[in-house]
Design a protein around this ligand. Structure first.
Ligand SMILES: *Cc1c(COP(=O)(O)O)cnc(C)c1O
Length: 393
């Protein structure tokens, strides 16, 4: 595996944490180092991915959509087929097994759309760990189905009433809980964000997405893709898909952010496209902030992309131009969601609908022997209420 650079990706990353957490972060860093190359841990992880998560997930040729755009051959990496309907479970399984090995009995998590909360609740149920999930009151109202699923899986859901009552505030509360209960509790972060070693660890656990895709595309096409495209919230499904291709310089990497009502309004979550460098939740990265460095409110139709920061490795990939980051609006995402549902019989989640929307620009200008792999990070069931409110049929 690639080097860990002490948690820095160029100038980005690091661990900007309060004194009270330094022991816990050190302990985690050491423990993660020891299991990262441990055969027995990796075997156990891959066994659970196989039996509990249902891996490997399929690589699907979206023939009708490819014909519709009349350009490149489009494949979907089907994380929507993973257990519970999104890629989040890969990371939850990895960190759950790690927490268990560390002897922690209580798991703290935060969640935006609820997918990470549900995944964490599920692995905690399986491993016999107590689970507390922090969720902003606004998201609790938007995602009532996932709140109920978490409770059914035995988790306690704690409502967060501070700030904008969304993911950023839930992370603040989860970190506060961790500081207080650091001896028996493990903080299970849901994306490639936070202080080192989280961005590295979450990317490692999610990198199964890209390694499988690479093997699958080589077996059906006998060559690498020209483009790999994924949506970026915190950036875990994108990093998971990109990682296996980073050293294949001919493979272009594109991350699609949430442009909300437009990147020239103040209602978007396009952190890499419009943000400035700062520190948020323990890591140095691009952030959506005002002139005074205050985090500003973000907006996306998709709760899973509604976060003012982004993983530090993405910031590095942007500045070194190894990856390109673009944004599409709520409206474009909804349109792509409808089109994919109708043409392919797959209802995507609102998050990957953003990546799908970018195909309209990318696919037609490529030729029939170009290949695009798109990260289908999750299925749309959780979003049906939001979709219904925004689209009449
Ligand atoms: C949470 C989520 C995302 C966004 O998170 P990343 O860390 O950027 O991957 C994207 N898609 C789905 C389906 C999600 O649940």
């Amino acid at each position: 595996m690639s080097n860990t650079n002490n948690g820095f990706y160029g100038e980005f990353g690091g661990k900007f944490i309060p004194e009270t957490l330094s022991f816990a972060i050190e302990e985690l860093d050491q423990k993660y180092k020891s299991i990262r190359d441990s055969k027995s841990f990796q075997n156990q992880f891959h066994q659970v991915l196989k039996e509990f998560v249902g891996r490997p997930t399929a690589l699907y040729h979206a023939k009708n959509l490819s014909e519709h755009y009349g350009g490149a051959k489009i494949y979907f990496k089907r994380e929507d087929l993973a257990h519970l309907g999104a890629h989040k479970i890969n990371n939850a399984v990895g960190q759950g097994l790690l927490a268990k090995q560390m002897g922690k009995k209580r798991i703290i998590a935060e969640t935006g759309a609820g997918q990470h909360g549900v995944a964490t609740a599920a692995i905690c149920a399986k491993l016999g760990l107590n689970c507390v999930v922090y969720m902003g009151q606004e998201d609790i109202e938007r995602q009532s189905l996932n709140v109920y699923r978490m409770k059914l899986l035995g988790a306690e859901v704690k409502s967060v009433h501070t700030g904008s009552k969304t993911l950023k505030d839930a992370i603040n509360e989860a970190m506060r809980d961790w500081v207080t209960n650091v001896n028996d509790s493990y903080y299970l972060i849901g994306s490639v964000i936070g202080p080192h070693p989280y961005p590295l660890m979450v990317r490692d656990f999610q990198s199964v997405i890209g390694f499988e895709s690479k093997k699958e595309i080589l077996s059906v096409e006998n060559k690498l893709p020209d483009y790999v495209v994924a949506c970026v919230g915190g950036g875990s499904n994108a990093m998971g898909l990109f990682h296996a291709f980073i050293n294949d310089e001919k493979v272009k990497l594109i991350g699609v952010e949430a442009g909300g009502k437009g990147v020239d309004t103040n209602q978007h979550s396009a952190t890499l496209v419009k943000g400035k460098i700062g520190i948020l939740h323990g890591t140095k990265t691009y952030i959506i902030q005002d002139e005074d460095g205050q985090i500003t409110e973000t907006h996306s139709i998709s709760a899973g992309l509604d976060y003012p920061g982004v993983g530090p490795e993405h910031s590095f990939l942007k500045d070194t131009e190894r990856a390109e980051y673009v944004a599409v609006t709520d409206e474009q995402a909804l349109k792509a969601l409808a089109l994919t549902s109708k043409l392919e019989g797959i209802i995507p989640a609102l998050e990957p609908a953003h990546a799908l929307a970018y195909l309209e620009e990318l696919a037609p200008k490529l030729s029939k022997d170009n290949i695009i792999i798109l990260g289908m990070s999750g299925r749309g069931d959780k979003d049906i209420n939001t979709i219904m409110q925004n689209m009449s049929l």
